[in-house]
Design a protein around this ligand. Structure first.
Ligand code: UT7
Length: 329
């Protein structure tokens, strides 16, 4: 396969208006404070969806922005890939809801589930479907309403997450622009370090599931932290090697925004100085599959990604899953 095949022709994002600052957790009766959260994570605030804001509405808002910027209309799309760890419903996919919402009647639509790596997995899947002739114009979205699946009584997780959506339209590459290299991997032996124990087919909803709160996200924070640094570093190495580049060749790196300390460790490993790393975890928290798209949209709007820029995206999430992608704009 001769690259580049797929170019990111337009990027969009959406974040709910309501902002929750760290200090507000104390009012919920949680034994936590701004200083702990900022020191351990870098997070200062996050966006919280209102009850009537769903993945359907948030993903559509991000998608419309990406489509407008790419100069395409919904009828041009022949593929929609949506990543989410917090689907609006368990059946059918959130991607088909997005398809209906924007009126993309010619598209094939489905979800990918790779937790925080879903958006990069989705871009890689879409590129592959373009390479095989199954798609010409693809929409790839990451959308999360994580605040509906975190346990608001568990200070070790609920302070970390936020809501939002990020989207990109992929078109056929022209003039050397587009995806230069990719890498993806997972390790299912580590699934129970970050997961929702119940609510699916193995442990369906029951009174006991409600009582023991086992339908909410559970995470072993310290283990996840270690694997995140190791895996994102590995992913960065592979994407750089496959593109024939080094960290010094990058104009910008956009890592998954989970924790500033993970971001800094990954950047150090890849030998990318922090002034070439995009960080917005302070304002959004961890938005899982939405995080990299949200950050990329901001980076473009801020002029930090221009025509000709070489950008590396790196993700890590539940599964565990990890992935990376280098793209020239
Ligand atoms: O999105 C993909 C994957 N997610 C991640 O990448 C997240 C990875 N993990 C992390 O970012 C960090 O491990 C956390 C931010 C989750 C936790 O930071 P940590 O430095 O690893 O803290 P810890 O879990 O080791 O906890 C240290 C202490 C504990 O108290 P003791 O046992 O030392 O007395 C916790 O109970 O901090 C306590 N703690 C808190 N204290 C105040 C945990 N959460 C809080 C909190 N406020 N919100």
């Amino acid at each position: 396969m001769k690259r580049p095949i797929a170019a990111l022709a337009g990027v969009g994002s959406y974040a709910p208006k309501r902002i929750m600052r760290n200090a507000e957790f104390a009012a919920l009766g949680l034994d936590t404070n701004d200083e702990w959260i900022v020191q351990r994570t870098g997070i200062r605030e996050r966006h919280i969806a209102e009850p009537d804001e769903t993945n359907r509405t948030m993903s559509a808002a991000a998608a419309r922005m990406a489509m407008e910027r790419a100069g395409v209309v919904a009828g041009d799309l022949d593929l929609i890939v949506l990543g989410t760890a917090s689907p609006d419903r368990l059946l059918p996919s959130t991607a088909v809801d997005l398809q209906a919402e924007i009126g993309a009647s010619r598209a094939a639509a489905f979800d990918v589930m790779a937790a925080c790596s879903s958006w990069l997995y989705g871009l890689i899947v879409a590129e592959g479907l373009m390479a095989s002739g199954n798609a010409e114009t693809a929409l790839v979205v990451g959308s999360e309403k994580l605040t509906s699946i975190v346990d608001w009584q568990d200070r070790s997780t609920c302070v970390l997450f936020g809501d939002g959506a990020g989207a990109a339209v992929l078109k056929r590459s022209e003039g050397g622009k587009g995806i230069l290299s990719t890498f993806m991997r997972s390790d299912g032996n580590l699934a129970e370090l970050l997961y929702r124990p119940a609510g699916g087919a193995a442990h369906p909803f029951s009174q006991q599931v409600l009582d023991d709160r086992s339908y909410f996200v559970k995470m072993e924070g310290r283990e996840t932290f270690k694997y995140a640094v190791r895996s994102m570093s590995e992913a960065a190495d592979h994407a750089l090697a496959r593109a024939g580049l080094t960290g010094q060749d990058l104009d910008l790196m956009i890592p998954h925004q989970a924790n500033i300390r993970i971001i800094e460790a990954t950047a150090r490993h890849a030998e990318v100085p922090m002034d070439k790393v995009y960080v917005n975890v302070d304002r959004y928290g961890n938005t899982s599959s939405a995080s990299i798209g949200l950050a990329l949209e901001e980076a473009i709007a801020a002029g930090r990604v221009k025509e000709g820029s070489t950008v590396m995206l790196v993700a890590f999430g539940a599964g565990y899953t990890w992935a990376s992608l280098i793209v020239r704009f």
